[in-house]
Design a protein around this ligand. Structure first.
Ligand code: WQD
Length: 342
């Protein structure tokens, strides 16, 4: 067996897809999650794909004692991928303290446990939200971090600063920060996928729930942006391509002696698509119409953002290559599977 990797938030959407790729690459994976926004069923999905059920402990990363217990129990953890965090932008505006406490205390506990247990390699799940509305597009990693437009986004900015300061101060800590654009889709097996709690905040689950008849109509938040068709533009990246980048990031850390600074990478396709273009691709790929109406812009939304992924392409040898039509078809297959099983 290759090295042991601890994945916090590993029963979640991106976490579970990353566990699949880590296991496929031969790593032994330990998953911890407090199951506040996911279910342990996702690990059955993982096992149905890889044939391996990862070790799982129901742990809240804000509980330092319990977290340290995992490090003590699994003596030879070689790297940590830290997904565990609250991630709903709108909810963070209503409940800022919950977000600052959960997202920052969990990060501090993980970093402290790593130092105390001499685990040197850290991969952090960050977000393109740290860029706000970039002045120049495509956005590169050295673009200025703009004042956060939500407590969620602010927790990602603060987390990046904490990781930078700790990596500079501690010669034994090496870190990679991955800034995700918009993760979408589900594993081609349809054994794992996105499981939004209640009414989806994000576009794609709302699209598939509308397409399957769970939702009456998709609200398109604004068609008066300064974009070709007026709707907002994002860089939608396939969740499996995103997951694969995490394995490469772990391998990069395991292979290198030391790093004085975190390495930061944009994980995007480099291509921006508008909401209306996404709907067009979805309908063409699935043959299913999506009932939609144009409504007012959503507070806090930015107009357009897409990645310059060239640093990840060259440094990590990683490219997001799955076509948008395939991403959206996989989301549709997952939605149908979910409804069949309910
Ligand atoms: C995408 C586009 C909406 C829903 C956020 C976070 C980011 C990450 C992903 C956590 C926007 C439009 C959406 C709907 C719509 N979160 N939309 N109708 O806001 O780009 O990114 O979620 O990791 O960090 O910032 O993603 O999917 O919510 O929206 O028109 O019902 O779809 O206005 O233009 P977003 P999203």
């Amino acid at each position: 067996m290759k090295e042991k990797i601890l994945v916090t938030g590993g029963t979640g959407y991106i976490g579970s897809h990353t566990v699949v790729e880590l296991q496929t690459a031969g790593y032994e994976v330990i998953v911890i999650d407090n199951l506040s926004n996911s279910t342990v069923d996702s690990l059955n999905g993982v096992a149905s794909i890889t044939g391996i059920t990862p070790a799982f402990e129901k742990i809240d990363c804000c509980d330092k004692l319990a977290l340290d217990g995992v490090f003590k129990k699994h003596q030879d953890i070689k790297a940590v991928i830290h997904f565990a965090a609250s991630k709903a932008v709108g909810e963070s505006v209503e409940k800022p303290l919950l977000y600052y406490r959960n997202n920052l205390v969990s990060l501090l506990n993980v970093l402290e446990c790593m130092t105390e247990n001499k685990v040197p390699n850290f991969v952090f799940s960050s977000s393109a939200t740290v860029y706000g509305q970039p002045e120049i597009l495509p956005v590169t990693e050295d673009a200025p971090v703009q004042p956060a437009t939500s407590p969620y986004g602010n927790t990602k900015q603060i987390a990046e600063e904490v990781i930078r300061d700790c990596t500079v101060a501690d010669a034994n800590l090496k870190s990679v920060i991955l800034r995700y654009f918009n993760p979408v889709g589900a594993h081609p097996s349809a054994a794992i996928g996105e499981l939004p709690n209640g009414i989806p905040n994000n576009l794609i689950p709302f699209v598939t729930q509308t397409a399957i008849g769970l939702r009456e109509c998709l609200s398109v938040f604004g068609d008066d942006y300064n974009t070709p068709d007026g709707s907002a533009i994002r860089d939608y990246i396939y969740v499996v391509d995103l997951a694969k980048a995490h394995v490469i990031a772990v391998e990069r850390l395991l292979a290198c002696a030391n790093k004085t600074n975190p390495e930061i990478f944009n994980l995007g396709t480099g291509k921006g698509l508008s909401v209306l273009e996404i709907l067009e691709v979805f309908e063409k790929a699935t043959g299913v119409k999506v009932n939609r109406k144009i409504v007012a812009r959503r507070t806090g939304d930015i107009e357009k953002v897409w990645a310059d992924p060239s640093l990840a392409n060259t440094e990590l040898g990683w490219t997001a290559k799955t076509p948008t039509s395939e991403m959206l078809s996989s989301a549709w297959e997952w939605e149908k599977k979910l409804r069949d099983s309910r």
